[in-house]
Design a protein around this ligand. Structure first.
Ligand code: A2P
Length: 326
């Protein structure tokens, strides 16, 4: 791989810091690194591979210096406004926000599922929603084998999915303070409310999972419903996924397919208390699948429990994998 000029937008944030960690871990060939955030952080320093880099305020002309790839994770509004300025300067944006994901001209990519979409980009590639990434890594090989008819998602999502302020809200409410990020106290609680409510009673997070799953798997006809819940876990999203297939399956074959699927680790030995938990997934890039069992209430039904590190595979690692493929 040739060395490239890389920018990180939202470098001071939860995912931004993970971008730095993962670029370093994966020895990404960087010739120059630029770090951007809001005016609040301008002038502060972040370390990358033993060297200090000064954070700059993101501006419209920030990309006028031959930057090849920009990893964005600074919220939807920032991406909507600034990604086009980067793309206009031949800088390929890999955007972690929801701003561009459902745009027909923007590939929505999970490298284990649809890497071929990357080459269709017109300057912006979208990184999917964290809960969706881990789900499709597990579901796609099964969809190819048996055809998925319907999915029921129920998620248990970590506070780090809401960024640094989500983590602070858990810590503050554990210490008896009032919440400032989440709509209710998250300490000792579960909140069935992630992102805003829509007219139909779903949340936007639930709508993202539904629409993005169909787009990434190129399967517009799968019926999907979702309930997304914030839980007082620091890192690692967990998901109960109920699947109805078009075709019959053998449980052993399902385990075999999952154990050979790229990016998946099967952790499924209930008699030995082996099943994935977010604490075990934290700090890793794999998607863990356990509790693999038939849904005995319908002919071709399957239940899975799927866990991954939301800030890594759910965000930064997936984006860096896309950058490597570029
Ligand atoms: P800052 O630290 O200066 O506020 P998180 O997801 O952890 O909350 O982080 C969000 C990231 O997005 C931070 O790096 C934050 O920078 C950055 N950010 C927020 N608003 C803007 C903006 N208008 N322009 C550039 N970066 C922004």
């Amino acid at each position: 791989m040739n060395s490239v000029k890389v920018a990180i937008v939202g470098a001071t944030g939860m995912v931004g810091r993970n971008f730095l960690k993962i670029l370093s871990e994966r020895d990404f060939p960087i010739s120059q690194l630029y770090l951007f955030a809001s005016a609040r952080s301008a002038g502060s320093a972040l370390e990358y591979r033993g060297k200090e880099y000064i954070v700059e305020e993101l501006k419209e002309d920030s990309f006028d210096r031959g930057i090849d790839i920009a990893l964005f994770s600074a919220g939807g509004g920032t991406s909507k406004k600034f990604a086009p300025f980067a793309a206009a300067k031949n800088c390929v944006v890999i955007d972690n926000s929801s701003a561009w994901r459902m745009d027909d001209n923007v590939p929505l990519v999970v490298p284990e599922v649809n890497p071929q979409e990357i080459k269709k980009h017109k300057g912006i590639i979208a990184n999917p929603n964290c809960s969706t990434i881990q789900a499709v890594v597990a579901l796609y090989p099964l969809h190819k084998a048996y055809g998925i008819k319907r999915i029921v998602y129920s998620t248990y999502q970590a506070v780090s999915g809401a960024g640094m302020s989500g983590v602070c809200d858990l810590e503050n409410t554990l210490n008896g303070k009032e919440p400032t990020k989440f709509p209710k106290i998250i300490a000792g609680n579960c909140i069935p409310h992630i992102d805003v409510f829509l007219e139909n009673g779903y949340t936007k997070e639930e709508e993202k999972m539904i629409n993005e799953t169909r787009k990434i798997m190129n399967a517009p006809n799968i019926k999907i419903t979702a309930t997304c819940v914030r839980v007082p876990v620091y890192v690692g999203h967990s998901e109960s996924i109920n699947i109805e297939f078009l075709n019959p399956f053998e449980l052993n074959k399902v385990r075999d397919i999952l154990s050979r699927a790229p990016g998946v680790i099967v952790a499924d030995d209930p008699k030995q208390n082996v099943y994935p938990c977010p604490i075990d997934a934290a700090g890793t890039d794999e998607v863990y699948v356990g509790r693999v069992r038939r849904d005995e209430s319908i002919p071709n039904g399957l239940n899975l429990w799927v866990v991954a590190d939301n800030a890594r595979k759910g965000a930064a690692s997936n984006a860096v994998q896309i950058a490597e493929l570029l």
